[in-house]
Design a binder for this molecule. Structure first.
Ligand SMILES: Cc1ncc(COP(=O)(O)O)c(C=O)c1O
Length: 397
């Protein structure tokens, strides 16, 4: 059986992680892997999460199955966090939410649902986008193609090119959009651009698949979800993939949700029914622990306030590191070539460096970034900012 399998290239980012792990230099810096790190370089368990977890351990009386829809209080909370408490689509009963194993599970389930509803549909992703988008979508049997988005060399969003490409798509195609904190560019659309895009999507009858993996790490919980809320008011149907990996620090617990905004209440029920069947035939039910933690936090005002404060501190810290790195780079280069880092949002930015410079950063300066020159700003300890800026200056030419 297995003799038929061809060897595969290891994931490029895993190779960066392995090279970093093997580097004995005490001053090495890992800006590759996409996790938030505090000033001491640790990806912390949030205090509210730890307390909720303890409460679950103390009070949980059974490990029996939760049920096909997963944790319902969790789903209700995520739906409210994403769409807001008073969203008209929710009030009309047009929205359904299913707990999934992480944001990846949500993107995959959304793709499976699209494949069921309209086999062979094409999904368009931004160029560039998070490398796992294409395999997650094509794994469901859908076609995947790109739309222009951002020029890494100049650090500029190509909005007109994006609109032009989407304008040519036939009705029924799907456009995968990151609501905020775009991975890997850090470059989000401005509110007025979202408005323009909404008009195009409605007129061309395109379905947005919204990926929300960094809510709360850009401009705040409500602001980061605002494009989704607006689209769900303007369009009859929206699919949303939510991840709690970053904003609750629950990466390994695999917590997420897929939200379907549908045309009417009856369709909402049918969509939920199909989502449950699709999940059942893939993994049956999502893991409980992480969702139970989120639900515990959501239902306890003190824990919720603590989580909000921790998330806000993370958000502010990432913004501060962005500003300080842009400043340090401007001092090294003598001009603001990397000023875009200051204005971008979320954990990532692209340095726009060629592969040889990326290789030299690791080999000569022990600074590890992803192969496309993506840096995880949220992984840069404050004490290393100047050293990293010097390294970038040395390889950038
Ligand atoms: C843009 C984007 N979407 C979705 C995800 C999914 O995250 P997870 O499956 O770990 O919740 C990630 C994680 O890095 C991401 O960057």
């Amino acid at each position: 059986m297995f003799k038929t399998l061809e060897p595969q290239q290891p994931d490029a980012l895993l190779a960066v992680m392995a090279a970093y792990a093997a580097d004995p230099d005490p001053d090495k810096v890992d800006l590759g892997v996409g996790v938030y790190r505090d000033a001491s370089g640790v990806t912390p368990v949030m205090s509210a999460v730890r307390k909720a977890e303890q409460r679950i351990l103390d009070e949980q009386v059974t490990k029996a199955y939760v049920g096909a829809g997963g944790n319902r209080p969790f789903a209700a909370f995520i739906e409210e966090l994403t769409l807001g408490a008073l969203h008209p689509a929710r009030a009309a009963g047009r929205v359904v939410t299913l707990q999934t194993p992480g944001g990846c599970g949500a993107v995959r389930l959304a793709a499976d649902l699209i494949q069921r509803a309209r086999p062979g549909t094409r999904v368009f992703v931004s160029d560039p986008t998070w490398p796992n988008h294409r395999p997650l979508v094509s794994g469901a049997g859908l076609g995947v193609d790109g739309y222009p988005y951002y020029d890494p060399a100049s650090g500029v969003l190509g909005f007109e090119g994006m609109l032009g490409a989407l304008e040519r798509l036939p009705a029924g195609d799907v456009v995968l959009l990151q609501a905020s904190c775009h991975n890997p560019t850090g470059q989000d659309l401005a509110p007025a651009q979202w408005e323009q895009l909404a008009e195009l999507l409605a007129r061309r009858q395109l379905l947005p698949l919204m990926d929300l993996a960094y809510q709360g790490l850009g401009d705040g919980l409500d602001a980061d979800a605002a494009p989704i809320r607006m689209l769900a008011e303007r369009l009859p149907e929206v699919l949303i993939a939510v991840s709690c990996s970053k904003n609750f620090g629950l990466y390994r617990e695999r917590v997420g949700a897929v939200i379907g905004v549908t045309g009417d209440r009856a369709t909402a029920g049918i969509v939920m029914n199909h989502l449950q069947i699709l999940a059942r035939r893939m993994y049956s039910m999502p893991p409980d622990h992480g969702a139970a933690i989120v639900a515990t936090i959501a239902q306890d005002p003190a824990l919720k306030a603590e989580w909000l404060a921790e998330l806000e501190a993370m958000r502010i810290r990432v913004g501060t590191i962005r500003a300080r790195l842009a400043e340090a780079l401007a001092a090294e280069f003598g001009h603001d070539r990397f000023g875009f880092i200051r204005g971008q949002r979320g954990m990532f930015s692209l340095l726009g460096l060629p592969p040889a410079a990326v290789a030299a950063l690791a080999a000569d300066h022990h600074v590890y970034v992803a192969g496309d020159s993506r840096i995880n700003v949220a992984g840069l300890p404050e004490a290393r900012i100047e050293r990293v800026a010097r390294a970038i200056r040395a390889v950038a030419g």
